[in-house]
Write a protein that binds this ligand. Structure first.
Ligand code: FAD
Ligand code: NAD
Length: 462
């Protein structure tokens, strides 16, 4: 890059410094391409590091410790009532967890020679970006990678601007532990952050519009979580909508369809996320958006309809997960460098970090059937696992879905503590087209929860 000029000229301009953007930029730099990242916040990490995966998992770890201490009473160990210092908790999350990782990313960027520019980027045409930061700047590029991510979706039809109505970003700041918290949306965020607040002491009421928590996820996996959540939360209303929110006397009054009005101290709105594809000047390029969701349309090499533009991550659609964004980032970098690369992964694992955790990859039983596949399905209950007994958690389940004709493992679902770690082996099995026999004949350390995969596989061979 030629510094000091009005217009910077680079090989690759990455717009957005989240996991999709920084993974792409790092790979581009490794491939010898001069690369800049333009991020509105002037730092690498994006929603994942500053307002998503990382802070939520730090708080969920704290919640898990509190829950485990409660469970320990059953085993004759009593730590007493937890005393929570919110200031210290916020400081730990912000400085020791998020801050440390942010500094790490900044130093990796420096080491690889990736320049980070702070400011909002807008496309002027297919090879030029205008950057609206402290000073106006232009970047001319051979290729750009759009990685602008997503933002919380507002509650349709309800307009109440109040500090008491939070999105996930505000809720992760832990402004207080409200006495009564209404969570709207029984998806990933509603369940994860609902768990955090309920464990820290809030009376949580969750309202989910559809007839079940985590719509679309295998009910065999959701059931144990639902049982736990019904105990942990004050109330769970399924098939219910919030029709009005009104601030009154320092509280929020919510009208729940068919249930009347209830008063809460705070509300968390977690009804999905939407693509950040507007206001980016994409209309000045050849890139196209989908009609539903305004996602940037891409092919398997992450190319948009404009030969200069690639796109990765949440802005390209579901599943909006950091690890998918990262993989796409690497694919886009290799593709624009002319290497053979495609986002052709068979399995994108998903993990809901609740207690118990839910994780899955590949095809669910229902998806396999809807594709006309004849399946063999094993369900291994953790009640029969030695390891589950030693940690006092018999409430887990490992479910294996295999193609009856070939014996290939096509999908796995796990519910139970540590499911998020266990799904890695399952994802490798699905991705590498492992056979049920392969899982059954692989020695799994005893006693571990990973044996549940082997046991499930063995039961299909019996
Ligand atoms: P983002 O991380 O959203 O980054 C986009 C970046 O682009 C941002 O820094 C933004 O400021 C910048 N930007 C936007 N527009 C412009 C512009 N015009 N100019 C310059 N910069 C711009 N996923 C998981 O896999 N696991 C989890 O545990 C998990 N937990 C989550 C918890 C919460 C509460 C939330 C909200 C999300 C969670 N996610 C999780 C989802 C994950 O955060 C996203 O999938 C991931 O961050 C997407 O990465 P991305 O690179 O596409 O975009
Ligand atoms: P979500 O799509 O997971 O869940 C939204 C829920 O809100 C759904 O169950 C939906 O039926 C419900 N809903 C929609 N409108 C409603 C209304 N008006 N009233 C009541 N319920 C309503 O979305 P989210 O929880 O906001 O999370 C957004 C995305 O962020 C996720 O889809 C996921 O991609 C990502 N995320 C991932 C993780 C993880 O990987 N562990 C954690 C958090 C977020």
């Amino acid at each position: 890059m030629v510094m000091g000029e009005l217009v910077d000229e680079v090989d690759v301009a990455v717009v957005g410094g989240g996991p999709g953007g920084y993974s792409a930029a790092f790979r581009c730099a490794e491939l010898g391409l001069e690369t800049v990242v333009i991020d509105a916040d002037g730092r690498l990490g994006g929603a994942c590091l500053f307002e998503g995966c990382i802070p939520s998992k730090a708080l969920l770890h704290v919640a898990a410790v509190v829950s485990e201490a409660e469970r320990a009473r059953e085993w004759g160990v009593d730590f007493g009532e937890p005393r929570i210092s919110l200031d210290q908790l916020r400081k730990w999350k912000q400085e020791r967890v998020v801050g440390k990782l942010a500094r790490g990313l900044a130093s990796v960027a420096k080491g690889k020679g990736v320049t980070v520019i702070g400011g909002r980027a807008v496309f002027e045409d297919s090879t030029t970006l205008r950057i609206e930061g402290e000073s106006l700047q232009k970047v001319r590029f051979k290729h750009a990678i759009v990685a602008t991510g997503s933002a919380p979706a507002p509650l349709p039809g309800i307009e109440l601007r109040s500090d008491r109505v939070m999105d996930s970003t505000a809720a992760l700041e832990l402004p207080e532990i409200p006495e009564r918290l209404l969570v709207i949306g029984g998806g990933y965020i509603g369940l994860e952050l609902g768990t955090v607040y309920a464990t820290l002491g809030s009376r949580v009421t969750l309202v989910e519009m559809t007839e079940g928590l985590l719509p679309g996820v295998d009910r065999d996996l959701v059931q144990p979580l639902q049982r736990r959540v019904e105990k942990l939360f004050a109330a769970v209303h399924l098939g219910t909508k919030v029709t009005a929110l009104r601030e009154a006397g320092g509280h929020v009054e919510a009208t729940l369809e068919g249930q009347g009005a209830e008063t809460f101290d705070r509300v968390l709105v977690a009804v999905g996320r939407r693509a950040r594809s507007r206001g980016l000047g994409l209309e000045a390029t050849g890139a196209r958006l989908t009609e539903r969701g305004a996602f940037v349309q891409i092919d398997e090499r992450c190319r948009t309809h404009d030969p200069h533009l690639y796109a990765v991550g949440d802005v390209t659609g579901e599943p909006m997960l950091a690890h998918r964004a990262m993989r796409q980032g690497k694919v886009a970098a290799a593709a624009l460098a002319g290497q053979p690369a495609a986002f052709d992964n068979v399995a994108v694992p998903a993990v809901v970090f609740t207690d118990p955790e839910i994780a899955w990859c590949g095809l669910s039983e229902a998806q396999a059937k809807s594709q006309g596949m004849e399946t063999k399905v094993a369900k291994f209950q953790w009640a029969a696992s030695g390891r589950a007994a030693t940690i006092g958690r018999a409430d887990g389940l490992t479910k294996l879905v295999a193609d009856a004709a070939s014996g290939r493992v096509v999908g796995v679902g796990i519910v139970g503590p540590g499911a998020g770690e266990l799904i890695a082996e399952a994802t490798l099995a699905v991705e590498t087209a492992a056979l049920v026999e392969d899982l059954a004949a692989t020695i799994h350390a005893h006693p571990t929860l990973s044996e549940s995969l082997m046991e499930a596989a063995e039961s299909l061979l019996a």
